[in-house]
Design a protein around this ligand. Structure first.
Ligand SMILES: [Zn+2]
Ligand SMILES: [Zn+2]
Length: 122
């Protein structure tokens, strides 16, 4: 900003390294910021979180772009790991089209999270 010298290669490397470091810090920082901005509740299943189980509360990017972190938090949504997983598989479903399940469709729609939780506990 204040320099009027053209950057040499060493400076350029340093600038690139610094920019990369700052980008990494920003990415680590968005979770903290989202947790300060929003109540610790899953946006899907309304499960509440405390410091004891906060690691299971994750930040979802509404547009699925992890590099898009507007300061007003409009691209963030707090989801528990189960709902977050579900959100992403749903997103993939939307791309490839709904899969036609031939095994017990009624059971699958009644409570999708119960089965998922049981699977993850194994
Ligand atoms: Zn949830
Ligand atoms: Zn996500």
């Amino acid at each position: 900003m204040s320099s009027n010298k053209p950057p040499n290669n060493a400076n350029l490397d340093r600038v690139v390294a610094q920019a990369r470091r700052e980008a990494e810090q920003r990415q680590q920082g968005y979770r903290e910021r989202a947790l300060k901005m929003y109540p610790w509740i899953c946006g899907r299943c309304a499960r509440e979180f405390t410091r004891a189980n906060l690691q299971e509360l994750t930040v979802h990017h509404r547009n699925h772009d992890h590099d898009y972190n507007p300061p007003d938090g409009s691209n963030w949504e707090l989801l528990c790991v189960y709902c977050h997983d579900n959100e992403h598989s749903r997103h993939i479903d939307n791309i490839v089209g709904p899969s036609i399940a031939d095994d017990a469709p009624a059971a699958a729609t009644s409570n999708p999270f119960a089965g998922l939780k049981a699977l993850l506990k194994k």
